[in-house]
Design a protein around this ligand. Structure first.
Ligand code: PHE
Length: 360
């Protein structure tokens, strides 16, 4: 019997099988109970020992090679089927959605997040207050009674009607009224920052009628100017990501702080441009001071027990200084090209460990 030819034919039919069903059909045809090769094996029983000695190994070898070819082809077909299925069911989650406008985070939001992150690390919580404020919280409680000249300096937007309590209503001119609200609501001790919009009737390259401030307020026992200086220094070093930030505290005046200090930060001239750090020159950065006793009392606390410091800083100005914008008005134009240039990736959340200063 020509086993070689039988084997050849079987192997080439196995190799040509295009699917698993066909292959299973071939397995039954060759190796099933009634299969042709199984039939050959059965013939061994009727042979004499000599024949069996010479034919046995050939038939076994034939069965062996067919078995092997079947399982090899089976693995091949299964692999190809899996590949095809994976290709058909593939979803590339990394693909950007087509033709969708991409949003970005406004530098003002970014800077507020950066500040919140830095101050959170120093144990400050975030407080808020209304943008439509009454004149008591915005002025009177902050030691600016009705006749106080400082009121005139604020270029206030007033509403024509008083509120139900007969209080004059206005758009808050600073975030300082949140000091009063927070003391009244939460008592002492306190460590808060209050970011938000403020309004003044003023407009040029460095002033817009609406801008942003962050107020800081610490109320506790035994608080002094050193705590204020350390806090601002620590904040500014983290914010500008430079160790060589130098502060200069200048005596100043705010009705709600006593003493009051204007804080300047040193800069260096690099190719004619001011870069923060060093002390070749000074620029005015923020107002601050020890909370006035009258303000602590207006907040419902005993000024003989509680002391504190407060500061207020322009968020927009901090953004300009760090990210190099030169016209404040562009912040509020809503020009998508400006936003695309200066905006921040939505998932680029500022963290102290990752660096709050991730460049745009
Ligand atoms: N409210 C002041 C301003 O808008 C800033 C300030 C806040 C000063 C807190 C001292 C203390 O100019």
């Amino acid at each position: 019997m020509d086993y070689a030819a039988t084997g050849q034919e079987a192997l080439s039919r196995i190799a040509a099988a295009q699917d698993l069903d066909t292959l299973e059909g071939l397995r039954v045809e060759f190796l099933g109970k009634q299969g042709s090769i199984s039939g050959l094996l059965k013939t061994l029983g009727g042979m004499n020992p000599d024949e069996r000695q010479s034919e046995g190994p050939k038939i076994h070898a034939l069965r062996e090679s067919v078995t092997e070819a079947l399982s090899g082809r089976k693995a091949g077909l299964e692999g190809a089927a899996l590949e095809a299925r994976l290709a058909a069911e593939r979803i590339d989650l990394s693909l950007p959605a087509p033709d969708m406008p991409r949003g970005s985070v406004h530098p003002v939001s970014q800077v507020m997040d950066e500040m919140a992150e830095i101050f959170a690390d120093m144990g400050f919580a975030v407080a808020t207050g209304p943008e439509i404020e009454d004149d008591w919280h915005n002025f009177t409680a902050l030691n600016m009674p009705e006749s106080h000249p400082a009121r005139a300096m604020h270029d206030t937007f007033y509403f024509p009607d008083k509120n139900a309590d007969g209080r004059e209503m206005l758009l808050r001119t600073h975030t300082s009224p949140v000091q009063i609200r927070t003391m009244l609501e939460r008592g002492a001790p306190l460590r808060v920052i209050a970011p938000g919009r403020v309004y003044r009737s003023d407009s040029d390259a460095t002033h817009t009628p609406m801008f942003h401030q962050i107020e800081g307020l610490v109320i506790d026992k035994g608080i002094h100017l050193g705590h204020l200086k350390w806090t601002l220094e620590t904040f500014l070093k983290a914010y500008f990501e430079r160790e060589d930030i130098v502060l200069r505290l200048r005596p100043s005046y705010f009705p709600f702080t006593e003493p009051s200090v204007e804080v300047d930060v040193g800069f260096t001239l690099v190719n004619g441009k001011r870069v923060l750090g060093g002390q070749e020159g000074w620029m005015e950065l923020l107002g601050s001071g020890m909370v006035n006793r009258k303000v602590i009392a207006a907040g419902g606390l005993d000024p003989d027990v509680w002391q504190g410091f407060a500061f207020g800083v322009g968020v927009d100005r901090l953004a300009m200084l760090k990210y190099g914008m030169d016209d404040l008005r562009a912040f509020f134009d809503g020009d998508v090209r400006w936003l695309a240039h200066y905006g921040f990736a939505p998932l680029d959340v500022p963290t102290l460990s990752g660096g709050v200063g991730t460049a745009a």
